[in-house]
Design a protein around this ligand. Structure first.
Ligand code: A3P
Length: 318
């Protein structure tokens, strides 16, 4: 279960009490630490991870702002890296058939100390994080470990986050209206937000160190999954052989990890994460452009303006 505010260790509570805070979306408050916003239950994990996570040069870290495609990237990366030990020839036996992707690839800010038992020890360790670049453990920045960052257009990200946060309220709190959530999102007050700062910092890093940070966009992956699965495999240092490429392995991975396949599996319909969050909340529509069904023109204008302003001159377009 996630920590309640009154369960947090005293040192962390003391620090929290010094931080700027604002009413949260699905949680009483969000706190601003190193320029980004966290709920109290998450904050202790962030500190623990900064202090205790030990990166290894061979580690792979999947990074995202929430709702940008983390679940999909976890499924793809796990399947690509472990394709020799967990063959996709019989998808019914694959770990993804029985495990939600979040159970296969852990967030370091939730469980920094846990090594995943399902891993083949000869494979690189695969972790994920929502931490902004500034708050990544130093060893992750300084070691040779590789980062894959996935981002998504802010309008779909916002709609996805709004739905998700309302699901997380676990029925005992009133839901947050689209308008209130929208204003908070635009002001940067969202979990691991400001969204634009999160994206910009990794974008800059990927330009400086392309061998260290691979920067991906959800929309591009949707448009050409084949190209991106190959890019991922190359970046991980396990490119597909000619034999694999011609025997349909890439297409098999794409199909196995697709929204259509994963969202209909029993584990993702009925299962829960150890935190109590239902697996089905990670699978909503899985498409591009759902914002058109929710945002008023004036909202679109505000978000587009913000995005243009924040990324101006960076070469990044979302
Ligand atoms: P929507 O709410 O727009 O449907 P995250 O994994 O970072 O929490 O992001 C969740 C978003 O990714 C949700 O978007 C979800 O439906 C979508 N998603 C989950 N699994 C996916 C998959 N295998 N392929 C594409 N999108 C997926």
């Amino acid at each position: 279960k996630y920590l309640q505010e009154d369960e947090i260790v005293p040192e962390c509570k003391d620090l929290l009490s010094t931080l700027p805070k604002e009413k949260g979306w699905a949680e009483p408050h969000l706190y601003k630490y190193q320029g980004f916003w966290y709920p109290a239950w998450q904050f202790q994990g962030v500190l623990e991870c900064q202090q205790h996570f030990q990166a290894q040069d061979t580690d792979i870290l999947l990074v995202s702002a929430p709702k940008c495609g983390t679940t999909w990237l976890k499924a793809l990366a796990f399947t690509i890296i472990n394709r020799n030990s967990h063959s996709i020839d019989d998808p019914g036996k694959h770990p993804l058939f029985y495990n939600n992707p979040h159970d296969l690839v852990h967030q370091i800010e939730l469980e920094s100390h846990i090594d995943n038992p399902i891993f083949n020890p000869s494979s690189p360790r695969l972790f994920a994080t929502h931490l902004p670049y500034i708050s990544l453990p130093k060893c992750a920045k300084n070691s040779e470990c590789k980062l894959v960052y996935i981002c998504r257009n802010p309008k779909d990200t916002f709609i996805s986050l709004w739905h998700f946060m309302n699901e997380l309220r676990l029925n005992h709190l009133a839901s947050i209206s689209l308008e209130v959530a929208f204003d908070k999102f635009c002001r940067g007050v969202s979990i691991f937000g400001p969204f634009w700062d999160h994206v910009s910092d990794y974008w800059e890093e990927s330009r400086k160190r392309p061998n260290k940070v691979l920067f991906l966009k959800y929309e591009d992956m949707k448009e050409d999954p084949n190209l991106h699965v190959k890019r991922l495999a190359e970046f991980f240092g396990v490119p597909f052989s000619i034999e694999e490429a011609t025997s349909g392995v890439v297409d098999g991975i794409i199909k196995l990890c697709s929204f259509e396949n994963l969202s209909k599996l029993k584990v993702n319909k009925d299962g829960k994460l150890p935190s109590g969050v239902e697996n089905k909340t990670f699978f909503r529509r899985g498409g591009v452009g759902d914002w058109k069904n929710y945002l008023w023109p004036v909202m679109v204008e505000r978000l587009d303006y913000l995005t243009e302003e924040k990324f101006q001159g960076s070469g990044l377009h979302l």
